[in-house]
Design a protein. Structure first.
Length: 405
């Protein structure tokens, strides 16, 4: 069994080329920023970085969540390809560092020609009574604390889980000390995740862009969008490694399980999407309905409906049948569609507030996106190559083999 991964030259060159595109795009964006006196163009520079930073940080953090959830459930199905979410989760610190820098620069340095922070209006509230009423939570101190705490803790657990998994290989045979340590730490991480990703972080990083608006379902909605994208990302790496001759323990049963997660959480995302929309539409409170009116009937309507088609209609029509979830081409195609679809989902969550009607998806948006993809490929592939892809001496390894037999 080939349990070591060597980064193919082609993959390495691809990741470097994508990162180079991202760097060149960033340089061109900085040049545009320095030469432009248009407020929306200056806001666009920062908001695109914010969008991709938030999206890639949250979808990579999903890999830590799935490790913790399966560890607490004492599930064995993930063991066959556990090194993949471990490698993705161990690199949360990379994207977390990027988004932290971007967030802090926006909060402390970005102002338009009138001295107003149009990305996070709560930074410069003026005499807005609604924003001032939220100041006990929406303030720089709380923002910095939760951002640093979330990114720091996610990064710690992502690195720690991988380190303990590798340490298990050198432990005495059938030793369960590390296993139960991972079990306990998984419970701690899920508490941390509940207090960050499932509550405060989406409020601060995304919802506070539309400072007057609020939704009690928003964090769950943001989680569902990130989770289905994160599972799709894991699936893409699993299939790539299978095509390279690795992950011999992984069969179509595992692909079927990952496909079911993609299908099920696409439906769960739609449930939250509809619930949030329906409750706000039914209440018909102007302070809440403007959010959807701007997106559904305003300049972002094309993205609003594309969001529904890509993230609900396509998964339910293509992934519902059992054979489609066991077909490598189908699930690979749908994983890429889902990731791009939810990238669009985060785009329409973030962009309308700072940009208004002056929105784009052209060279700058796509160039920065490609740069982040390059960073993801480069960092995860390097991490995968540093240890065995089979978690030897894992006490659930035998159960995994029996499961797939």
């Amino acid at each position: 069994m080939n349990d070591r991964f060597e980064v193919p030259a082609r993959l390495k060159k691809t990741s470097i080329a994508l990162m180079a595109i991202g760097v060149l795009t960033l340089i061109a964006g900085i040049a545009t920023l320095l030469s432009s006196h248009v407020d929306t163009e200056r806001a666009r520079f920062w908001t695109v970085l914010l969008h991709d930073g938030v999206f890639f940080t949250l979808i990579t953090a999903v890999s830590i969540f799935i490790q913790s959830a399966v560890s607490l459930a004492q599930g064995a199905w993930l063991v066959a390809f556990r090194r993949v979410p471990e490698a993705i989760g161990a690199n949360v610190w990379v994207f977390g560092s990027i988004v932290t820098v971007v967030l802090l620069l926006i909060v402390f340095t970005f102002r338009d020609s009138h001295g107003v922070n149009t990305i996070f209006p709560w930074v410069t509230p003026g005499d807005d009574e609604i924003i001032l009423g939220k100041s006990p939570f929406l303030n720089k101190g709380m923002f910095i604390f939760f951002t640093l705490a979330a990114v720091g803790l996610w990064s710690y657990f992502g690195i720690k889980f991988r380190a303990m998994s590798i340490a298990q290989e050198k432990a005495p045979k059938n030793d369960t000390k590390i296993y139960w340590k991972v079990f306990r730490l998984s419970g701690v991480f899920l508490l941390v995740y509940a207090l960050t990703q499932m509550s405060t972080i989406p409020w601060l990083w995304v919802m506070s862009i539309d400072t007057h608006w609020f939704s009690t379902l928003f964090s769950w909605y943001a989680f569902a969008s990130a989770f289905v994208s994160g599972m799709s990302l894991i699936l893409l790496w699993v299939i790539y490694l299978k095509n390279q001759g690795n992950l011999g323990l992984v069969t179509k049963e595992h692909m079927h399980d990952l496909g079911k997660f993609m299908f099920a959480f696409s439906i769960f995302w739609t449930y939250l999407w509809f619930s949030q929309y329906m409750l706000i539409w039914y209440a018909n409170v102007p302070e809440e309905t403007f959010y959807f009116k701007w997106r559904q009937q305003g300049p972002y309507s094309i993205i609003f409906y594309a969001n529904f088609i890509i993230n609900f209609c396509m998964p339910i029509l293509i992934l519902m049948a059992r054979p489609s979830k066991r077909n490598y081409f189908t699930v690979t195609f749908m994983a890429m569609v889902i990731i791009f679809g939810h990238w669009l989902d985060y785009y329409q969550m973030i962009m309308p507030g700072p940009l208004g009607t002056d929105w784009h998806i052209n060279w700058y948006e796509m160039g920065i996106f490609m740069g982040f993809v390059g960073i993801l490929i480069f960092t995860v592939s390097r991490t995968l190559s540093k240890a065995s892809l089979v978690p030897h001496n894992n006490i659930l390894l035998k159960e995994t083999v029996i499961h797939i037999a």
